[in-house]
Each structure stands twice: as C-alpha cells, then as structure tokens.
Write a protein that binds this ligand. Structure first.
Ligand code: FMN
Length: 170
C-alpha cells in the first residue's frame, strides 16, 4: 500500500472478525518493528506475542480496553538496553519503543489488518499476569486482527486539531 494511503486508512479498530491472523503477517509486523530507528541503535524493545487462548484470556484481567483481537503484542522496554541521554538525562526508551510500535501498527494497516494501541493498564499488573522478567518495562499493547464488518472509527478519529493551532514556524 502506498504510504499516504496507509496513514489515511488506519484508525483504531475496537471490534475484530473471528478470523486468525496468518503467521506470515505476524512475522512481517515484527520485521517492520525491527526496522525502526532507536537512540544510538540501543534497540531496547522486548515484545511478547499474545496469541494462545490462555494468554488472550489474561488480557481481560489486565485492561478494560480488552478488544477481541486474535493477536495482541505487549510492547516492553528492556532495562538492560535502556539508553539514558548524557545530554538531557532523559531515558530514550519510551521514544524507542513507541517508534517500534508505530512501525508495527502501520505495517498492520499495510497488510489489510486493523489495530488499536492501548495503554490503559497498570504496569505492575502486566508484569504479574504475564510473569515478565525483572528487566521488562511494559509500555503498551497493540491489538491486531481483521476488522469486523461492524467496526467503524470512533468520532475521535475525525477530531483533529488544526495544524495552525500547534505548529509554529520560527
Ligand atoms: C499512546 C496511546 C494510548 C492509547 N490508549 C488507548 C486505550 O487505552 N484504549 C483505547 O481504546 N484506545 C487507546 N488509544 C487509541 C486512541 O484513543 C486513538 O488513537 C485516538 O483516539 C485517535 O483515533 P484513531 O486511532 O481512530 O485515529 C491510544 C492511542 C495511543 C497513541
């Protein structure tokens, strides 16, 4: 799909068809994340592919935004590969994992899949429910699957602030 079409087509899908996502598409989404830039190439992402019935059931304990997607990626940062900028003192990990996830989200659209980015959960609950290692910092979930026939964009999708209201040319 042409890039402009990808970004115009994507919206947060919150209702999924009862249809599995092909393994090749899951792999292609993971490969798209791998191509993302990260600060000093630190690549601090840790990704859990939640696909089995038992793991998907656990998502319901984790978040009220538990949509019926056949695949959910739990995107974490790896404390062992976190880069703290020596200039700003800021952790680059939130930037890095967000870019990885954005690549994955847009690749899902490119493959004809719907997706929804979800942050509505407590980090400590994700660690406990999925028995994550000590170095994993959960950031967000990416729900992925074929959109159901009933899926439509929420009104927020169309509610854009004017570019002139937030861009300043200096
Ligand atoms: C960082 C982030 C966190 C989000 N968390 C949630 C969430 O917890 N639950 C949800 O239903 N949607 C969530 N969303 C989706 C946004 O609500 C959605 O992207 C926004 O309203 C614009 O709509 P659109 O994606 O359909 O264009 C999140 C999106 C982002 C980028």
């Amino acid at each position: 799909m042409e890039f402009q079409k990808v970004i115009e087509t994507r919206y947060s899908v919150r209702d999924y068809a009862d249809r599995p996502v092909e393994d090749e598409k899951i792999t292609a989404i993971l490969e798209a994340g791998k191509l993302a830039p990260t600060a000093r190439n630190s690549q601090p992402q840790l990704i859990y592919v939640i696909k089995s019935e038992s793991a998907r059931q656990k998502i319901k304990q984790l978040t009220p935004s538990a949509f019926n997607a056949p695949v959910v990626f739990l995107i974490c940062g790896d404390k062992n590969r976190e880069l703290i900028s020596s200039t700003s003192g800021l952790s680059m990990m939130p930037y890095d994992v967000s870019i990885v996830q954005t690549h994955m989200m847009l690749k899902a659209t490119d493959l004809g899949l719907g997706s929804c980015w979800v942050c509505q959960f407590k980090r400590e609950n994700a660690v406990e429910i999925f028995n994550l290692p000590e170095n994993a910092v959960p950031f967000s979930l990416l729900f992925v699957g074929y959109a159901s026939n009933k899926a439509t964009p929420h009104k927020w999708h169309y509610d854009s602030v004017n570019i002139d209201d937030y861009v300043t040319y200096l």
